[in-house]
Design a protein around this ligand. Sequence first.
Ligand code: G
Ligand code: G
Ligand code: MN
Ligand code: NA
Length: 254
Amino acid sequence: LELETGLRRAIELRQFELHYQPKASVGDGRVGGAEALLRWNRPGHGMVAPAGFIPLLEETGLIVPLGAWIIFTACHQIAAWDRQGLGAVRVAVNVASRQFASGELEAVVANALADSGIDPDLLELELTEGSLMSDAEAAIATMRRLKAGGVRISIDDFGTGYSSLAYLKRFPIDTLKIDIAFIREVTSDAGDAAIVLAIIGMAHSLGLSVVAEGVETAAQLGFLARHHCDYIQGYYFSKPLPAAQFAELLHDQR
Ligand code: G
Ligand code: G
Ligand code: MN
Ligand code: NA
């Protein structure tokens, strides 16, 4: 209850911010995008990562208005980097199940795109298998309307949920993000290596791009490069960064 009160106040007091973790192209090492990750600048606790409070935001439904703020903020950040001459940066935002099923998502996205004036193609929505499979037909309809608005869609934590392959081919998505669980031991565990290769091969056959999450070592990157993974995200390249630091990184690579 104390945490819930804290979260409500945090929204009113604007204590949330977004950090941005670079996604680097495996081919040339350049940063073309980022994943926006929520942080709570909680007085007396420092910068709090969301694993401990996202579930409560979902339970209470607070994730719906906060999720709208997240999409709005990400779109305006894309516009700001563009104005600063830092180029077109694609930003992915995580969409919670409850937010995906809220019935408000398309309107929220449309408003954020219109208000920021960004190219819709620069906004990516990361959806989980759980959001998509609870009512797959409804999810396909929602995704089609979102895609009609020009945004990109990826499936997050791919391989840990329960998407059926039959649906995968029907989902109007652009990208699969391979869950960190398969990357961690990809260079030493033959089973994980086989799964990662299968995901990359299947994604490319379906015309999808692939992001590997949680890449921490040069050996993991080497494996992914040899097997034609498209993008990496992970501490090997960079932790999630405050917007100003992410801008410096963009500036340095120009
Ligand atoms: O940085 P990390 O500790 O940032 O994130 C922990 C978990 O919280 C991850 O599963 C991530 O998907 C989730 N998360 C981070 N930011 C957001 C967000 O803006 N919205 C939602 N729904 N989940 C988020
Ligand atoms: O949305 P998703 O569940 O994919 O959230 C990504 C989570 O993974 C965030 O909590 C982020 O901080 C974390 N993360 C990003 N890169 C790495 C990494 O290289 N190693 C580990 N252990 N976690 C990472
Ligand atoms: Mn994610
Ligand atoms: Na993930």
